[in-house]
Design a protein around this ligand. Structure first.
Ligand code: FMN
Length: 173
């Protein structure tokens, strides 16, 4: 059984768009636009702005779950904020290792980390350790930053760190 996940798109797939598309149907779950984590706790207002569904049971009005997506490179602060989201009832925490935007990559977020499989491993395993077992850790990557020479190494690092293959599963990894 496969499930259909609505691709996150910063600036495009926001809460109103998620609402419209999930009312039409055919979507099993959504992932939020990325929420940037630098070196501190997330502000509740930022969460509410990006993911207003977090105050509505983490679901769109049509009842489709919305998973928060975090972007950053600091394992400890990502894990700290992931744990906060889990406390608020987030159904899963997704990590962004796919964004190729220069402004994001300059601050060591998104796809640039695909050149550092060791960092991917440290981030995912810190997140896994910080979340209760019932909350899956997922990650979105692209084939590579500039080539595909490390694709499998990166995917393996995410799996080894505890990213789950199927976030419908409740057991980990
Ligand atoms: C404007 C725009 C914003 C995006 N924002 C995100 C994002 O916030 N998080 C993420 O993981 N991917 C993001 N993506 C990547 C998309 O989810 C998708 O993986 C990508 O567009 C590949 O699909 P495509 O080949 O059909 O474009 C974004 C893509 C676009 C074009």
């Amino acid at each position: 059984m496969h499930s259909v996940i609505l691709a996150p798109m910063e600036g495009l797939v926001d809460a109103p768009m998620r609402d419209i598309l999930t009312r039409i149907g055919g979507i099993d779950r959504c992932v939020s636009e990325f929420i940037r984590v630098t070196d501190g706790p997330l502000h509740p207002a930022a969460l509410h702005r990006i993911l207003p569904e977090s105050r509505q049971g983490w679901r769109t009005a049509a009842g489709v779950p919305v998973h928060p997506q975090l972007l950053g490179s600091d394992p400890d602060w990502l894990a700290h904020n992931g744990a906060w989201l889990a406390d608020l009832g987030a159904p899963a925490v997704d990590l962004n290792f796919g964004c190729p935007a220069k402004t994001v990559n300059r601050h060591r977020g998104g796809a640039t980390l695909l050149r550092e499989p060791e960092t991917l491993y440290r981030i995912v395993s810190a997140m896994r350790a910080a979340l209760p077992a019932r909350v899956p850790v997922t990650a979105k990557m692209r084939l590579g930053y500039s080539d595909t020479s490390q694709t499998l190494e990166c995917a393996q690092a995410l799996a080894d760190g505890g990213g789950c293959r199927d976030c419908r599963s409740r057991s980990h990894p």
